[in-house]
Design a protein around this ligand. Structure first.
Ligand code: C2O
Length: 502
C-alpha cells in the first residue's frame, strides 16, 4: 500500500463560478477543490496551509479515522482550528472504499468554496468490469454573499421564524449561468457563463459519482433519456437498481452506472433544487441547475433538445432509498442501547431561533476540543456540548424524532449506520416494522419533516464523533451532538505532538 500526499492551500480569490464575480475561498486556487484519490489500504496525507485570516480545518467526510480520531477535522470536537498562516497535516489510513468528499468544518466556510471530492478505489469492487470510465459530479447550492454576514442575519432575533438564507444559485462541478438582471446594482456579472460539459463516447459505460456538497439544498439529479443504475451509496456497494431520477440530500453520495446508448447528440444533465426546503421563496432563483452531456462526434452548437424524465411521470422512477439492497449479505447485530433524540427549534433567551437536541443547543467551543478533554481525563462535559458517552463496544440505535417541519439530513462521523427505518409525519417508530435483514448502511440520512429515523451503529471506533444535521445553517444554530466512544481506549492511543500543540 502507498502513501498519497496532497497539498491543500486554502486561500481567498476572486472568481465567478456562475458569472457573478465574488471573493470566495479556493483550494490551490481551484474551485471545486482538487480530486483526492486513494486506493483502499493507502495512507492519505493532507498537508493543509491556511492562507485565510480566519481559522480553518479540513474534515474528510465519511472517513472512519480508525486509530486517528484527532484527524477528523472538527474544531471544538477533535481539534483546535488551524490558525491563519499556519500549516497542519492530517494523516490517516483509508481502510474503506467509495465516494466521499472533504470540506472545512469551521464556521460556515465550506459554503464559500472549501469543498472537494475524495474517492477511495477498491481493486476488488464487484462492478469494476461493468463500466469503462468514471465521472465525478459535484452538486452544490451557491450564495453570492459571504457566509459570515449571512450567518449574522440568520442568527438574529429579527429572524423570528429562523428562516435559513436562500441560495442564489446552484452549481454542477462549480459551474452554472445566472440571470444577471437579478444581481444587485453595481455587481460584476456576466449572464451566459458556461455550463459544465461532460463527454460521452457512444457505447461506453460510465460510473458517475454524485456528491451533494450543499449548505441547504436537496437536489433531484437526472440525465435526460439515460436511466441510471445505482451501485453504491456512501461506500456501501448495492445491488444494481435502475432509476431515472435521484434525490440526493446534503452530504449524501451515490454511484450510478449510465450507458451511453442513445443517439449521438447532446442531453441535459439536471440537478433540480427542492424548493420546498427553502424557507423563503425567491423569484431570483432558478432552481433547475443544468449541465450538458455531449456525445463525441456530435458537432452542433445549439442547446440540447432532450426531454426531462419528469415530463413523463408514468415512466419515471425516482430513487426510494429503502429499495436499495446491499450487495453483500448483512449480519445485523441486536441492539444494546437505544438513544432517543428529539429535534426541535425554538428561540433562545435572546430571541435567536436555535436547533435543539433533547432540549440542548450546541455551543461551539473551538478552543477546548472534547478530544483534548478525554486525553486530560475529564469525565464531565459542559451541558451545551451535547456529549453522549459510550463506554464500550456496543450496538447503538439512534431513535431520531424530528419535531420540526423541515427535512434534516443527519450525519454521523467515524461510522456508518444501518438505516433500519424512516417514517413520515403521522407515523411513529415501531420496532416491529424495521428492516433488520437487508438495510443499507450510510453516513448521512434524510429525516422527513415531523418524521423519524432509526439508525443502528456499532461503537467500535474509539474517538469523539460528531452527529449533526448537515444543513450548514443548522450546524451553526446548534443541531449538533457528539459521541465519546470508548474513552479508555482513546486514552491508550498516542496523539501526535503537533495536534496537541495546535
Ligand atoms: Cu460533512 Cu460534520 O460533516
Amino acid at each position: 500500500h502507498d502513501t498519497k500526499v496532497y497539498d491543500i492551500i486554502i486561500s481567498k480569490e476572486t472568481l465567478a463560478p456562475d458569472g457573478f464575480t465574488r471573493e470566495m475561498y479556493t483550494i490551490n486556487g481551484q474551485f471545486p477543490g482538487p480530486l483526492i484519490e486513494v486506493n483502499k489500504g493507502d495512507t492519505l496525507v493532507l498537508n493543509v496551509y491556511n492562507d485565510l485570516e480566519d481559522e480553518t480545518s479540513i474534515h474528510s467526510h465519511g472517513m472512519f479515522q480508525r486509530g486517528t480520531p484527532w484527524y477528523d477535522g472538527v474544531p471544538g470536537q477533535t481539534q483546535r482550528g488551524i490558525p491563519s498562516k499556519k500549516s497542519f497535516a492530517y494523516e490517516f489510513k483509508v481502510n474503506q472504499s467509495g465516494t466521499y468528499w472533504y470540506h472545512s468544518h469551521s464556521n460556515a466556510q465550506y459554503i464559500e468554496g472549501i469543498v472537494g471530492p475524495l474517492i477511495a478505489y477498491d481493486p476488488d469492487d464487484p462492478y469494476l468490469e461493468d463500466y469503462d470510465d468514471e465521472i465525478i459530479v459535484l452538486l452544490q447550492d451557491w450564495y453570492h454573499n459571504d457566509s459570515n454576514p449571512l450567518l449574522a442575519a440568520f442568527m438574529n432575533p429579527a429572524n423570528v421564524d429562523g428562516d435559513e438564507p436562500t441560495p442564489d444559485n446552484g452549481l454542477i462541478n462549480g459551474k452554472n449561468s445566472y440571470n444577471c438582471s437579478w444581481a444587485p446594482a453595481g455587481s460584476k456579472c456576466v449572464s451566459d457563463a458556461p455550463l459544465a460539459l461532460f463527454k460521452f463516447v457512444q457505447g461506453k459505460r460510465y460510473r458517475i459519482r454524485i456528491i451533494n456538497t450543499s449548505a441547504f439544498a436537496e437536489f433531484i439529479f437526472s440525465i435526460d433519456e439515460h436511466p441510471m443504475d445505482v451501485i453504491e451509496v456512501e461506500g456501501m456497494i448495492t445491488k444494481r437498481h435502475t432509476i431515472h431520477r435521484l434525490p440526493i440530500n446534503i452530504a449524501q453520495r451515490y454511484s450510478v452506472i449510465v450507458t451511453a446508448n442513445q443517439t449521438i447528440g447532446k442531453y441535459w444533465m439536471r440537478s433540480e433544487m427542492e424548493t420546498a426546503c427553502l424557507a423563503a421563496q425567491s423569484d431570483h432563483l432558478n432552481p433547475l441547475v443544468k449541465a450538458i452531456v455531449e456525445y463525441e462526434g456530435y458537432d452542433n452548437d445549439g442547446d440540447p433538445k432532450s426531454v426531462a424524465w419528469a415530463e413523463t411521470p408514468e415512466n419515471c422512477v425516482d430513487l426510494d432509498s429503502s429499495n436499495l439492497k446491499p450487495y453483500n449479505e448483512q449480519n445485523i447485530p441486536d441492539v444494546d442501547y437505544k438513544l432517543i433524540i428529539n429535534v426541535t427549534f425554538h428561540p433562545d433567551d435572546n430571541g435567536i431561533v436555535r436547533g435543539y437536541i433533547n432540549n440542548s443547543t450546541y455551543i461551539l467551543d473551538a478552543k477546548h476540543p472534547t478530544l483534548h478533554k478525554v486525553f486530560n481525563n475529564v469525565n464531565e462535559y459542559p451541558a451545551d456540548q451535547n456529549v453522549y458517552i459510550i463506554e464500550k463496544n456496543k450496538v447503538v440505535d439512534i431513535i431520531l424524532s424530528n419535531n420540526d417541519d423541515g427535512i434534516h439530513p443527519f450525519h454521523l462521523h467515524g461510522h456508518v449506520f444501518w438505516v433500519l427505518g424512516i417514517g413520515q409525519n403521522g407515523t411513529s417508530p415501531d420496532y416491529k416494522f424495521l428492516n433488520t435483514k437487508d438495510p443499507i448502511q450510510r453516513d448521512t440520512v434524510t429525516v422527513p419533516p415531523q418524521g423519524w429515523a432509526i439508525l443502528r451503529f456499532v461503537s467500535d471506533n474509539p474517538g469523539v464523533w460528531g452527529f449533526h444535521c448537515h444543513i450548514e445553517w443548522h450546524v451553526q444554530s446548534g443541531l449538533v451532538m457528539e459521541f465519546v466512544t470508548q474513552p479508555d481506549k482513546i486514552r491508550e492511543l498516542k496523539a501526535p505532538y503537533e495536534w496537541e500543540q495546535l
